[in-house]
Design a protein around this ligand. Sequence first.
Ligand code: AP5
Ligand code: MG
Length: 233
Amino acid sequence: MRQIKLPHLPSDIEERKSDLMTDLWYKGKETQIKQDTVKVKIRMKNIVIFGAPGSGKGTQSDLMIEYYGLGHISTGDVLRNEIKKGTELGKLAASYIDGGNLIPDDLMISILAKVYDEFGRGHKGVIFDGFPRTIPQAEALKKMLDERGDKVAAMIELDVPEDELMDRLIKRGKDSGRADDNEETIKKRLVVYHSQTQPLIEWYKKEGLHHHINGSGTLERIFADIKNVIDNL
Ligand code: AP5
Ligand code: MG
């Protein structure tokens, strides 16, 4: 880096010299920060938002969409939409969702690839909310993205104690209209989460993509932690 040589100045001007140096340093920093911001904005970031039922995946996704302009795929929303439209897929999905069970992997994977491709090329990144939920789904997601020259940049786990999950979902069930927000089905969803979905934490740790976040507390604090992960990718 080029050294800026300032002439020797009387002491009362020394302070201004040091101010000038500081100013120059800040200007350099400012340019650096601007360049970094541009880099951050153009790099694509696919994020897996992960957690148990009721952990806040949908809530935090909304904040990420607004802040980063990311796309969003909630497999639960995709399926509920099909149920609402009364399609064949919707009828099949309802038979699993109402019992708190997972939709078979092969069906889920083909739906996901189709929805992902609808974002076209050159998007800023997509949040995967509720997918993957099994190890075969995680492997399929990796393969699907790889075939398109894309990848997952981070898996963010929202960790919330079981009793709080239960409270949140029972509360939401009072007016959500979701068929799976009743005590019996919530319990089943949590069992399914522990047996089929939680093992993905280890899977993503091995991939070097896992980030743990305390999912209890205010929305703002949780989102600040998420931003801290995404901004440092
Ligand atoms: P899905 O729709 O993905 O549901 P889920 O995983 O059970 O999670 P939820 O949507 O209930 O919770 P969330 O984590 O989004 O939390 P939210 O932000 O809403 O899947 C439903 C079903 O579809 C599955 O059971 C399965 O059958 C099927 N399915 C979906 N994907 C599949 C796949 N890949 N493979 C196979 N089957 C699949 O928050 C919950 C509540 O808490 C809200 O009321 C919210 O306001 C509140 N809340 C959020 N954050 C906080 C906070 N910090 N403090 C207090 N309250 C909060
Ligand atoms: Mg959700």
